[in-house]
Structures are given as C-alpha cells and as structure tokens.
Design a protein around this ligand. Sequence first.
Ligand code: M1P
Length: 270
Amino acid sequence: MDAEVPQFPPLDARPLQDTICLFDVDGPLTLPRLSATPETLETLRKLRQKCAIGFVGGSDLKKQEEQIGKPAGVPVTTLFDYCFSENGLTAYKLGQALESTNFISYIGEDDYKKLVSFCLHYIADLDIPIKRGTFVEFRNGMINVSPIGRNASTQERNDFEAFDKKAKVREAFVAKLKQEFGHLGLTFSIGGQISFDVFPTGWDKTYCLRHLESEAQKPGGITYKNIHFFGDKTFEGGNDYEIFTDPRTIGHTVMNPNETIVALKELFDI
Ligand code: M1P
C-alpha cells in the first residue's frame, strides 16, 4: 500500500448530498474474485466527488482488501465512504469501524458446533470431481460453506461452477441443511461460484441499511433519500435480491464492471 490516500469533499459538501451508491463487489466492481481495474477505480473516484459511495459484499473485508484496496495501493476503507463487508456485519464509515454484532452470539456455541460438524460430515461423504481445503470459513456475521473448498484456484472454481449447474450439489446440500437446521432461523444463500453463505434471516445485504439509518440519527448525520444499489444476482434467490427489491433502495442490475461504468455515466454524467 504505497499510493496516496485519496482526498474527498466531506459528505455534506457533495453536490448530491442525499444520494449514496452502494455496490455489490463480485460482478459489479470486479470479475468474480479478481481485482478491480484502473478504469473502475477511476470511475468510483469521480463518483465520490458527487455523492457518497459504499460497497456491500458477502465476503469478508480481507477479500475486498485484496480485490479493491490492493490494486489501488491504499486500504479499501479509504476508497469508499461506507464499507459493508459480510453484508454489513463488519462496517466502516470514513475509515472508522461501526458497531456490529456476530453470528456466534446469535446462534450460540452449541448449535454452531452441530451445524459445522454436520457440514463437514456431509462434505466428507460427497463424491465430487475434486476437493481442496477450507470447507467452512468462519466469518463475523456468517459462515461460508464450500463443497470443493475455498482454496480452489480460479480454474478449479470455474470448473466447479459449471459442474454444479448440472449436478446441483449446493442446492441439495442447502435443502438438507434446511431440513436439519430449519428451526434456527437461518438463511442459506448461494451467491457465488463454489459456496453458499449461512446467516441469520434478515442478515442479508439489507442489513447494511441499518447502519445508514442509525448514522442518520447521529448529530450531523445524513438521511439518504436516494440509495442506489448495483448488483448482479438481483433475481429471486440471488444474494442481491432482498436489497435490490427493498423499498428503501433504487435497484440496478449490472452483470460486470463495464455495465456498472456505463450505468454510472448515464445516471451521474461522470
Ligand atoms: O459475493 C458473492 C459470494 O462470493 C463468494 O462466493 P464464492 O467463493 O462461492 O464465489 C463468497 O465470498 C460468498 O460469501 C459471497 O456471497
């Protein structure tokens, strides 16, 4: 990280001060699991002169650091006004951490142990072309479960995604988990290529809107009247669906960074 930390007008001095643009990461800002391009970073920089910007991703902050902070050469928390990792369970405003809660305190150690043990047994018995490592990733606000394992390479990810379109390994796994753990009030969301997320119902991407609402109540806080959300999995069952259809947001479907750039140019003349 050696580039200069970017400077921006204060939030209440931007031309569109009651507008915020929130971006899902994989798809709208980067190709899956890859890095943001200079063109995307430059578009975000221009947009941030006009209104507030934030990301809301399912992954943890470490991944967004790799995908967006690293290519920019500065911490990702300096590139956005709001950073919402794990759907907002880890949240930053202007580089400062906001208060949040976590998955373990919701579910409790005993049920958590049962859930993880069940997943690991289930994966052990799966007959799929390859398995790598890190089958359950523990995050602040969720767990991420991957039959092939999160250590898979990009090529292995692509292969598994294609395989799973037919084999529906994740769909069957989720159906079984719903049967076994349905009483815990959990949502199982297939959002990416090789895994699914498990989190308390309601802790989907709309969770981040709670932070915007509570920040608005603080002295000098801003109420965003226009909350634009840009996502790719905006269809029912996709992990952007809830925030995309939420009455508090204006939803945009964009499948890749180029589509995002085109949409931003049209909407904000940047
Ligand atoms: O952002 C979408 C998903 O991206 C990753 O999924 P996968 O590794 O399966 O491609 C994960 O970080 C997941 O949590 C996230 O929802």
